[in-house]
Design a protein around this ligand. Sequence first.
Ligand SMILES: Cc1ncc(COP(=O)(O)O)c(C=O)c1O
Length: 445
Amino acid sequence: MGEKHKTIYDRANKVIAGGVSRNTIFRKPHPYYVYEAKGSYITDVDGTRRVDFANNMASLIHGHSHPAIVNAVIEQLHRGSAYTLGTEAEVAFAELLIGRSPGFEKIRFVNSGTEAVMTMIKASRAYTGKPKIAKAEGAYHGTYDYAEISQTANPDNWGDLDKPNSVPLVHGTPPSVMDDVIIFPYNDIERTINILDQRASEIACVLIDPVPHRVGFFSATNEFVEAVYKWTRKNNALLVFDEVITFRVNYAGAQAVYSVTPDLTSLGKIIGGGFPIGAVTGRSDIMQVLDPREKVLRHPHSGTFSANPVSTTAGRVAMEMYDEKAVADLNALTAIARNQVEESIKIADVPVSITGAGSMFRMHFKATVPTSYRDAYQTKEIKTLIDKLLDYLFFEEEIVMINTCACMFATTLTQREVDRLSEALLRGFKHIKPELEQLVLRSAD
Ligand SMILES: Cc1ncc(COP(=O)(O)O)c(C=O)c1O
């Protein structure tokens, strides 16, 4: 069991740093390699077939190899994959996305969520003429230096909640980057406004993910978003949303439920229909900093594969199918799943709680629902136990989940897979129950 995987990993280790190009796929003692995937099922090179609740880190809204997407992409591939000229595919997809939200006035495509957030931050600086950004402690926004700060802040380095430290992620991050990123505690209006006030004249944008996965996967309150929005109006700054994951939550994104509209929004993941993509969208007057017709180019912007017709075609087909009804149906199925998992938690009688929104949820090894990054923070011991549960699900139940103990649903899932998930989790919770109770008791001491 696992021999083929080990053989491939041995080869990988000789040529790829650490044997993987993305740490996400690493699993001890070695990663598992896919042969094929269809709908909500992945078959590995050993022939084991697993049900997929990770969907490539929330990017496959219609599961794997959806026939409509595959056919459209094949048709496009016969005509080429990228040119140093424009394509109608780009324009058609832009029209579709712009039509989904009144806040999306103009758009630009890039190749990843990281690039989308980076371009959004640079556009904010170019527009306001200010150097700093503010972001939430613990929030993940991809791998741009500035967006990475305090992504994994821990009790030894996070500092006072009234003024959280700017904690580097990567060794060698220049001190000037830390200096240019202001960290605030998510959903904490009073502290956040105090922190922003101290650097008001220097802040270009306040970056918010409306349901930040790594912070704890709870939604920003309307009061919080409104307070930050008002602050940005007073201080010549922008409110910018990272909706790379959360766009799926409503037809017009997670932002649809707030009383104010972000100035700019980053998109990614599902809008690529399974192919690499990112996008920045928002107010026309701000997006103008990217306009090559301007006398002074405030933000010259290009990318070799940006808006390539493979990603934009796949994305258009996927998003056409992810219409208002599909969004509502998927959210409803996920709500059923969440209820069933809650029931499993109750029956297993374990200190586990759930957060999430729309078609996504995450489990916490805590009896009460966490409401802040520091509250949701997972110690090494908790992470080890989560890995034990995830390994149990992967090897014994043939279920794939995200390594934070999260599920990201796809329209190809049905009640059958939902039942399988909640039943597997019930057994999984029982499997780790003694250790989990010990851990939670110890952390309460
Ligand atoms: C909220 C958020 N922003 C940005 C990114 C970066 O996207 P990508 O991995 O496509 O660079 C991610 C990826 O997980 C994300 O979850």
